[in-house]
Design a protein around this ligand. Structure first.
Ligand SMILES: Cc1cc2nc3c(=O)[nH]c(=O)nc-3n(C[C@H](O)[C@H](O)[C@H](O)COP(=O)(O)OP(=O)(O)OC[C@H]3O[C@@H](n4cnc5c(N)ncnc54)[C@H](O)[C@@H]3O)c2cc1C
Length: 450
């Protein structure tokens, strides 16, 4: 097959579809390749997405098919259930991921990108020191090469392209098992009368989402939102599981067994999410990484959709600039890398340090931190925006006074906060243009996170 494109995008998730649509709209010739038979197939979980992200990224907001209900309220329970925090109305929209991805893939096609499904991308084609295309599996065996000036790895945690890149492009390696979340989220039918009985007993509220934190590992959440009037329950479990903990699927099955009123699945799926700071670089010669493939996820709770959309906007500008200049090397694409790393990437890096700290705590520790007001509704809200924690002197003094009884925990939390801030500042000072020595200096200056 003799074909050549300006840009080949591997993976039709939120990142890949948005990048394909935006670059095609700007006049690039774009091919979007998806291994599934349909974009979004088998990935129909609800994603809570920052409500400002769509406008900021310049992508269409979710249409009626892709929109889901907001709960009437939301509370957070500490691991032992001893403390309940009424959460502030979360600044997020619940979106059906599968339907939204199909909407975005449709937008890419309308914008002029060619979308091919059932096409598994095997890796990059490297010639000299640059990527010049991708290898794609052929139905019935064998592979074909598709040539392009640029390729984008939007294959999520698979990282199908980045894994074959030269190591000195710094596009990451294996993800540490501490930085992988397993999650499952399903919406299920309910028997309304039986559910009303459980509500009456006080076991579960109606139309309030209850997030139980630290149930399995310290870094885990079990969340249920029962809506008797609408006739469903939305259940999410997720965390850094495995080992002595059940898998997300086993945990999910336990939650379903706990509530006899829960019936068949309406929609929902499970998957894994990378929760580490972004890789040291997001571009190579002729190549860009976006979305989960670049680890552009908020490490505190595994939300990656907004970052994927925002990255697509930044990457579009770098891709179009490279095409105009007919220069496809790392230097030419660097502005995407710089803009992401020094902006949103720095906030993600902040939360990565906090998350690694939380990983080491026990359920009792989390309980004590919530109990003593060290972690508050405002902190949860900031994690969703996402905004780094920053306290005025009065709030800080109050926290310290209340935390005296748990001094070691308080000190650990404080130190991790300081390190998180150092990490954020380091990302903000990401090298403004590509220079090997500057990048090496930046990498060697990264705060050590254990
Ligand atoms: C259960 C669950 C709940 C979640 N909840 C939230 C939430 O509340 N809020 C939020 O913001 N995020 C949430 N996330 C994370 C969010 O779904 C991801 O961060 C987001 O989908 C990342 O988008 P992406 O485009 O980078 O990658 P993906 O959505 O992973 O898309 C990658 C695409 O690439 C395709 N692909 C993979 N390999 C190849 C290959 N070799 N060739 C061709 N195609 C390939 C895949 O089939 C897929 O379509 C959740 C994830 C899970 C699993």
């Amino acid at each position: 097959m003799d074909e050549r494109w300006d840009l080949v995008v591997a993976g039709a998730g939120p990142a890949g579809c948005s990048l394909a649509a935006m670059t095609a709209l700007e006049g690039a010739t774009v091919l979007l390749l998806e291994k599934g038979e349909q974009p979004g197939l088998g990935r129909d979980w609800i994603v809570d997405v920052e409500s400002t992200a769509f406008e900021e990224a310049g992508v269409p907001p979710p249409g009626p098919e892709a929109s889901w209900h907001r709960p009437g309220g939301q509370v957070m329970l500490s691991p032992t259930g001893g403390t309940t925090i009424d959460l502030l109305p979360p600044p997020v929209l619940p979106v059906r991921n599968g339907a939204y991805v199909r909407q975005l893939a449709g937008w890419a096609a309308e914008s002029g990108a060619e979308v091919r499904t059932g096409c598994r991308v095997l890796g990059i084609v490297l010639e000299g020191e640059a990527v010049t295309g991708v290898r794609v599996a052929q139905h019935g065996g064998g592979e074909v090469i598709i040539r392009s000036n640029l390729v984008a790895d939007c294959t999520g945690i698979t990282g199908a392209l980045r894994r074959g890149a030269p190591t000195d492009w710094d596009l990451g390696g294996e993800i540490d098992s501490r930085d992988i979340i397993q999650a499952r989220r399903e919406v299920r039918r309910i028997d309304p009368d039986a559910a009303a009985h459980w509500v009456k007993r006080g076991d579960i509220p109606n139309n309030v989402r209850v997030d139980k934190t630290g149930v399995m590992a310290a870094y885990s959440v079990e969340s249920c939102h029962l809506d008797i009037e609408a006739g469903y329950i939305d259940i999410l479990v997720g965390g850094n599981l495995g080992g002595r903990f059940p898998t997300a699927d086993e945990w999910f099955a336990r939650v379903v067994r706990r509530w006899p009123f829960v019936g068949k699945k309406i929609f929902g799926d499970g998957g894994i999410i990378p929760v580490r700071r972004t890789w040291n670089s997001l571009v190579g010669n002729g190549m860009l990484l976006l979305g989960d493939s670049a680890c552009q996820v908020i490490p505190m709770h595994g939300s990656g959709t907004a970052s994927a959309l925002l990255a697509a906007k930044l990457a579009t500008s770098a891709v179009m600039h490279a095409l105009d200049e007919k220069r496809y090397d790392r230097q030419a694409l660097w502005e995407y890398c710089r803009a992401f790393q020094s902006g949103r990437g720095s906030i993600l890096a902040f939360f990565f340090v906090v998350k690694r700290h939380i990983n080491r705590l026990t359920g009792d520790d989390i309980d004590a931190l919530i109990n003593r007001g060290m972690i508050t509704a405002e902190d949860f809200y900031n994690g969703l925006v996402p905004l780094p924690f920053s306290y005025d002197p009065l709030t800080l003094a109050k926290k310290v006074t209340r935390g005296v009884a748990i001094l070691p925990l308080l000190a650990g939390f404080g130190l991790s906060g300081l390190k998180a801030e150092r990490m954020m500042k380091h990302y903000q000072e990401f090298p403004p243009s590509y220079d090997r020595r500057d990048l090496d200096r930046w990498i060697s200056g990264l705060p050590r996170v254990t």
